[in-house]
Design a protein. Structure first.
Length: 162
């Protein structure tokens, strides 16, 4: 039993194909820096609106429900946020206690509970969203730059090794 715990995962072998061009690393590093700046600014905006970053993501996930209903079940929230069901249950309970979300039962299946934003949840989410409009535009420009660099790189003919 102790032996299984002591085993390390095998690392993938280093690729033997042509080396990755330095420009690709530079572009990815630039994009990651832009992404980190965006996330940091977003975290500050959350604090200004008295939200934790986790609560902001919860409110955003609910408001941005793929079916346009502006509500999500706990299971759907767990999937969207990539969190365990227990973690989501706790996060939602705290958001409900803070007056940010309200529960509603499904009309077709009483076992299913949906969460919807309250007026206060809407107000705070909208505040953070508006405060970060410029940051999102900058991140989009950085992503477009990265995508274009990869499109250009994929059009270049590959050099074969003899």
């Amino acid at each position: 039993m102790g032996e299984a715990r002591g085993r390390r995962r095998k690392r993938p072998a280093a690729p033997t194909s042509a080396p990755i061009p330095l420009d690709r690393f530079i572009k990815i590093a630039e994009f990651r820096a832009h992404l980190r700046t965006f996330l940091r600014h977003n975290e500050r905006a959350c604090r200004r609106w008295d939200l934790t970053p986790q609560r902001y993501l919860l409110l955003l996930a609910i408001k941005g429900a793929p079916d346009r209903s502006e509500r999500l079940s706990l299971t759907a929230i767990a999937g969207r946020l990539e969190l365990s069901r227990n973690t989501v249950t706790e996060l939602c309970a705290r958001a409900e206690d803070a007056g940010l979300v309200a529960r509603e039962r499904s009309q077709t299946d009483q076992r299913v509970v949906y969460l919807r934003l309250t007026e206060e949840g809407e107000r705070r989410l909208s505040g953070v969203f508006r405060d970060t409009d410029g940051d999102r535009a900058e991140l989009l420009a950085a992503f477009d730059e990265l995508a274009e660099a990869f499109r250009v790189a994929s059009r270049r003919p590959r050099q074969s090794r003899a």
